[in-house]
Ligand binder design. Structure first.
Ligand SMILES: [Zn+2]
Length: 376
């Protein structure tokens, strides 16, 4: 596997369209990380104080709930609920989007976390046959089924808007959002994207509940972008933040805390994505689009960047995984359940550009301009 050209600092292969190497062979994701999170920390502000101020402001609003926690049963969302409910005594509403492939293990962890934290909980599940049709349609059109689930998560969060909850705190953060920075692989729950994919499909009317309040979504996003660009404090009605933008994403510590305090138990195998039973299929699709990618490439490149893993150790994992790129055991079950022929599956998942063709170019270009301004 030595012939794969990679970033000399992390392990990202240059065959990914968004990866560009500088003269030293270091990729743009590494240099961006360095500028945003390493260099920025030398003029560090106290991130926990900023977080506490956000919580205090939310409490002062005196709503039914102080904050909303999207809860998947994974370690990060459980940690987020722990910090808010147990550490800071916030009144929390947890929301779970059940995509039809939530593991028993995740459900057990969700129950423990909810019972222990004292949070109220909405378990939102779209009718399973409808969800399976959505996965099939998304695979056929854009070669990826995850965006349908991402819209479900977005929709579950929006459903809580009737409580007018000021703060949404998810188990993520800019430093650990490994996939979100790779646009050729990842698409979030943007309602416009969702509608673009389903345009002309008979499914549109049966998934109206997932379509989202498009204008409100974009208005709030654009307001946030505009305020940040002007350097004004952001005071939008519903602020969405990631826990790891304020707390250290210290894995060992996080595992210890949630096991001790939230009744969380570690599943066998890969703890990163144990909540979703078809994660292996999603990973396999990425390898079909980019044969130099393994299920660990993106995550481990982040771990190397963090200094938690040596580049050599990450490369060893890559070599092992690249030797075995067989279809995962779950693929046959998944294809049978969504009623898709294997040939159609392979034809649908061979070109990453399909994903890009459904994006809302206008909003994306505004985001790009914002990022450029924010960098300077
Ligand atoms: Zn790199």
């Amino acid at each position: 596997m030595a012939d794969i050209i990679r970033c000399t600092r992390c392990i990202l292969p240059v065959s990914l369209p968004s990866v560009r190497l500088d003269d030293n062979g270091v990729c743009n994701h590494c240099t961006t990380y360095e500028r945003r999170f390493i260099a920025a920390q030398t003029v560090s502000t106290d991130r926990i104080s900023i977080f506490e101020e956000l919580l205090n402001n939310a409490k002062k609003r005196h709503r039914t709930y102080d904050c909303l926690i999207p809860l998947s049963g994974g370690k990060d969302s459980t940690y987020s609920l722990y910090v808010c409910a147990k550490l800071y005594g916030m009144r929390c509403l947890a929301v779970t989007f059940d995509n039809g492939y939530l593991s028993e293990h995740a459900l057990t962890n969700i129950n423990h976390a909810v019972n222990i934290s004292g949070a109220d909980h909405i378990h939102y599940k779209v009718n399973r046959p409808t969800m399976l049709k959505l996965y099939k349609t998304f695979l056929e059109h854009c070669g990826s089924f995850c965006p349908a689930c991402m819209r479900g998560i977005g929709s579950a969060i929006e459903s809580a808007k009737k409580y007018d909850i000021p703060l949404i705190i998810s188990g993520t953060g800019a430093r650990v959002a490994y996939l979100a920075m790779i646009p050729e692989l990842y698409q979030g729950g943007d309602p416009r994207f969702f509608k673009n994919v389903l345009k002309g499909s008979e499914l549109v009317t049966s998934v109206d509940q997932l379509s989202g309040s498009d204008s409100l979504y974009n208005f709030e996003k654009l307001m946030g972008i505009a305020l940040r660009t002007l350097g004004l404090p952001i005071k939008t009605k519903h602020q969405q933040i990631g826990i790891y933008d304020y707390f250290e994403p210290d894995l060992i510590n996080v595992y210890e805390i949630i096991q001790k305090e939230m009744g969380w138990t570690k599943p066998d195998g890969n703890a990163e994505h144990m909540d979703c039973l078809v994660q292996s299929v999603a990973n396999y699709i990425q390898t079909l689009k980019f044969p130099e990618l393994t299920p660990k490439t993106i995550y481990n490149s982040g771990q190397v960047r963090f200094g938690r893993m040596s580049r050599e150790a990450a490369l060893e994992v890559e070599d092992d995984n690249l030797r075995n790129t067989d279809a995962p055991a779950m693929l046959d079950t998944f294809l049978r359940e969504i009623n898709m022929d294997k040939k159609v599956f392979y034809n649908s998942t061979n070109d990453w550009r399909k994903l890009d063709s459904y994006r809302n170019k206008k909003l994306d270009s505004i985001r790009r301009i914002y990022r450029k301004i924010a960098r300077n």
